[in-house]
Structure formats: C-alpha cells, structure tokens
Design a protein around this ligand. Structure first.
Ligand SMILES: *[C@@H]1O[C@H](CO)[C@@H](O)[C@H](O)[C@H]1NC(C)=O
Ligand SMILES: *[C@@H]1O[C@H](CO)[C@@H](O)[C@H](O)[C@H]1NC(C)=O
Ligand SMILES: *[C@@H]1O[C@H](CO)[C@@H](O)[C@H](O)[C@H]1NC(C)=O
Ligand SMILES: *[C@@H]1O[C@H](CO)[C@@H](O)[C@H](O)[C@H]1NC(C)=O
Ligand SMILES: *[C@@H]1O[C@H](CO)[C@@H](O)[C@H](O)[C@H]1NC(C)=O
Ligand SMILES: *[C@@H]1O[C@H](CO)[C@@H](O)[C@H](O)[C@H]1NC(C)=O
Length: 449
C-alpha cells in the first residue's frame, strides 16, 4: 500500500475536481491514473448490491447476467493489482466464495438454466487473476484460487466435443439450454486463455497441449481466420460449415492474452507471430487509436453484455504488454489514446464520473450508463499502469495459491437433468392439487348440507 498516502492527499482534492466535471486524467502521471481509476471504481461499485443483507453475493441486479458479475470482480482484482487500493477485496472474496458452486468449479445450481462454458469461464478467469496477482487464498478448507481455475479448465476439457466439427466446446453446458448446438468463439477462447495462463503459472504440458488444440481447432473450422480475425460462432448441426462472421473486441482480447502467455513461456517464433497477428488484426477495433465496438456502436445496437466487451480487450491488452514486453510499442499508443478518450466522456451522473458507451466522439457523453460502460472505462484507464506492475506470479516466481491438478476432474458430463426434479415437483404439485380439491369438496359438502 505504498501509494495510500498519495491517494489520501489526492482524494481530498478530487472533491474539488469533481465539481469541475469529468474525470481528470494525466496519462503521464501514475498518481493521476490511480485517482481516475478510483473515481471510476466508486461509480462501478455503486451498481453492486450483492453484499447487502438479504441479497446474494456475486449477483448484480437485473438486467446483468451472472457472468458479468464475475467479469466485474476480475476488474476489481485488476484494480487492486494496478493501484494497490484494496477497498474492494473483501466484497470480491465474499462474492467469489459464494459462487463457487458445484464441484468447486463455478457451477452454482441457481445459474443452471443459463450456464454456458463462457459464463463459467469468466469466473474461472477471475480466479486465475486472483492467483496471478497474489490475492490470498480463502483458506478455511475452501478451494484455492488456482484450484478454481484448474477446476474450470478440467471440467471444460472433459466437455471437448469430438462428435461434430472435429472438436471444440459448445456454448452451453446443458442440453436443455438454448445455444447447446452453437460452438462459439468466446467459450473456446476463454478455455484457451485459462489453459495458456495455467501453463504459464504451472509449466505443465497438459495445459499447453490443450491451448494448442483449442487454437488449431478454431483455425480449422474458421472461427479464426488465417489473418487472426475472430468470428462469433458456428452451428454444430451443420458441422460448423456456416460461420457467423460478426467480430467482437473480447474475442480478440481473450486470444491476445492467451497467446501472450504462450509466448512468455515458449519465447518461440510461432507464438510471437501469432501474437503479433492478433494485435494487428485487432486494428479493426480502433478509430484513430480509440477503441470502438464496431459491430454495434455505430448502429446503436449494443446489448447489455456487449456494452462491457471493451473492458476485456483493455484488460487483456494490459496483460499482454506486461508478459510480452516487445508488444508495448504497438499496444501503448492504443491504450493511451483509448484511456484518454474514455475518461474524457465520463462526466455524467450525480458525481460526474459516469461513463457512456462511446469513446470516439471526442469527449461527448452519449447518455448511456451501466456496469459495462463503467467497467470498460475503468479497465482501460487502470491498464495504463501496466508499466508499474510486477507481472503475474507463477508457482516458481512468487505464487502463493495452492495447486490442485485434480480439481474438477471426474465430474459427470451432464451433472444436472431436470427430469427427476420435475417429476418430483409434478408429483408434489398434483398431490397438493388433490388436497385442495378435497378441501373444496368437503367445504362444499358442508355448504349444501
Ligand atoms: C458519489 O460520491 C459519493 C461520495 O464520494 C459516494 O458515496 C457515491 O457512492 C458516489 N456515487 C456514485 C454513483 O459514484
Ligand atoms: C441461490 O438462490 C438463493 C435464493 O435466492 C439464494 O439464497 C442463494 O444465496 C443463491 N446461491 C447462490 C450461489 O447464488
Ligand atoms: C477428442 O479428440 C482429442 C484430440 O484429438 C482427443 O485427445 C480426445 O481423446 C478425444 N476425445 C474423445 C472423447 O474421443
Ligand atoms: C465435420 O467437420 C470435421 C472438421 O472440419 C471433419 O473432419 C468431418 O469430416 C466433418 N464431418 C462430416 C460428416 O462432414
Ligand atoms: C514473462 O512474464 C513475466 C511476468 O509474469 C515477466 O516478468 C517476464 O519478463 C516475462 N518474460 C519475458 C521473456 O518477457
Ligand atoms: C500435469 O497435469 C496433469 C493433468 O492435471 C497431471 O496428471 C500431471 O500429474 C501433471 N504433471 C506434473 C509434472 O505436475
């Protein structure tokens, strides 16, 4: 916490600054970046109610899905890592502990009806960040951060599906959910990302083999093009011959970070070339170096999920710049211009720290607001601090989270079917109906007699 005194001093002056409107950001000053990130974080935190008595830790109110809450806690872990300000660590640990769920693999039964591999993985990646950034394990017999990431990896490798398309992960975990027949890039990309980072942390070839397999498969079916563009997904009922070609920032980002981790360990030309390719292809998401969600910002159709995607490209660009330092000359101008543009329009709301979606309108706030908008601005601003970060820990170098390579192994593939529950419920319900009917009839009998 060596910056806390600086933060304290700046905290006082920020009250005056906030009156002037907008987030003050001097990108050449770490103290200014920290203060800006802090103001953005206060606003982001105001959306979270899960720590209130009677509410559920790890859930955001409607309309935010469960996965985005995992993504948000990853953002708070990054916030602490970059700034040293630990004020959100307590709600983060509480939320992540509460959502550990079945098999200690972030599969909470409450989420079964919408639980995709990508949703599970966003919590798994938060746990991976906790391990890399040395957030102390929960202790008390609870699974370690690292083992939670390993459990997500192990459950997902067992879902690798050779039945169609020559492999790949389906979007959904359970057969009864919409999207079960879609093999999408973010699910496979998250799996790649976790495998690559586990490889960097632990050095075990099992992880790199799976990372390589996921990468090759995405290329083979065309979810990734030869020139490193990432498309949304493909229908496995058509054996993945039809690809939906819409491109999202987070797909570029999730692969960029994984490729950076692979390069960091191997330092070979194969991964260097791939990583450079992903960075170059991500150019489509920048207008004059300012990040834009091209698929939906210009037509005004970004949904609640999509409003948060720039957060993850920003996050993973910061990670990439740390673990593959030769990428800085390409990434740095993009992060700087984007952070400046993002901060400039964070001037709405009561405290004038609320951010809109669009960063490319030269400081004009577009009037939208929410967890996604706020998290994206916070992540891009705090990522500027990558030059001051010590870098993700590994088992050999500073890591404190406990490994459990068996975590999440031998989990039944479709662990929950609603059939037995439904039958029970129906039986219960019809017995109840019968009792009510009898009561009415008895009542009626008394009335007529
Ligand atoms: C506004 O600022 C006050 C005082 O710092 C803080 O308690 C509150 O959470 C902030 N609200 C938002 C939405 O940032
Ligand atoms: C599941 O839902 C119940 C009822 O809302 C809640 O009490 C519980 O905390 C939830 N569990 C998780 C892991 O979200
Ligand atoms: C699917 O293919 C992978 C890679 O070729 C292989 O390692 C794995 O054993 C296969 N799984 C099944 C269930 O056939
Ligand atoms: C399905 O796609 C895979 C991978 O592209 C291919 O190996 C396989 O032959 C295809 N199956 C059919 C039935 O076309
Ligand atoms: C790999 O990443 C670590 C941080 O985890 C960093 O300290 C190291 O310099 C990187 N290795 C190379 C070759 O850049
Ligand atoms: C590598 O990981 C695999 C799978 O988790 C495990 O079976 C194996 O024992 C590990 N090897 C080492 C050297 O840790």
């Amino acid at each position: 916490m060596k910056f806390s005194s600086t933060l304290g001093a700046l905290g006082a002056s920020s009250i005056l600054l906030s009156g002037a409107g907008a987030i003050e950001l001097d990108i050449t000053s770490p103290a200014s970046i920290k203060q800006a990130a802090k103001s953005l974080s206060t606003n982001l935190r105001s959306y979270y109610t899960g720590d209130r008595p009677g509410d559920t830790p790890g859930n955001l109110p409607d309309p935010y899905y469960w996965w985005e809450c995992g993504a948000m806690f990853n953002a708070f872990i990054d916030y602490w890592y970059y700034t040293g300000d630990d004020q959100y660590n307590k709600i983060t640990a509480q939320a992540m502990e509460h959502q550990i769920g079945d098999y200690n693999a972030f599969m909470p039964p409450n989420q079964t009806k919408t639980l995709g591999n990508d949703d599970q993985a966003f919590w798994g990646m938060a746990a991976m960040s906790a391990a890399e950034n040395k957030l102390p394990d929960l202790g008390n017999g609870k699974p370690s951060w690292l083992s939670l990431a390993q459990a997500v990896f192990n459950t997902q490798k067992d879902r690798w599906d050779n039945q169609t398309c020559g492999g790949g992960l389906k979007w959904q975990i359970f057969t009864f959910n919409n999207g079960y027949n879609y093999k999408n890039t973010i699910s496979n990309g998250c799996f790649f990302n976790i495998a690559a980072r586990l490889y960097k942390y632990l050095g075990n070839d099992t992880y790199s083999n799976w990372a390589e397999r996921a990468w090759e498969w995405e290329l083979a079916v065309g979810l990734m093009s030869e020139d490193y563009h990432y498309y949304d997904g493909t229908d496995d009922k058509k054996n993945c011959t039809d690809v939906n070609h819409i491109q999202w920032t987070y797909n570029a980002g999730v692969h960029m970070a994984g490729a950076a981790a692979m390069w960091n360990v191997t330092q070979n030309d194969l991964w260097r070339g791939r990583l450079k390719g992903v960075i170059d292809a991500a150019g489509i998401f920048f207008n004059d170096n300012v990040m834009i969600e091209v698929a939906c910002e210009n037509n005004g159709k970004c949904d609640v999920d999509q409003r948060s995607f720039k957060a993850y490209l920003s996050r993973w660009m910061g990670y990439t710049a740390i673990v593959a330092p030769w990428t800085r000359e390409f990434i740095d101008p993009l992060l700087k211009a984007s952070a400046q543009a993002a901060a400039k329009q964070c001037n709405a709301g009561a405290n004038q720290t609320s951010c809109g979606l669009r960063w490319v309108d030269n400081g004009k706030n577009d009037g939208s607001f929410g967890v996604g908008e706020q998290m994206a601005a916070m992540e891009v601003v705090q990522s500027l601090l990558y030059t001051t970060a010590s870098g993700p820990a590994t088992a050999q170098k500073g890591g404190i989270s406990v490994s459990n390579p068996e975590a999440g192994n031998n989990v039944p593939n479709t662990p929950i079917t609603f059939n037995s529950i439904t039958t029970g419920d129906k039986a219960g319900a019809s017995i109840l109906t019968l009792l009510v009917l009898v009561a009415i009839l008895v009542g009626a009998w008394w009335m007529v007699s």
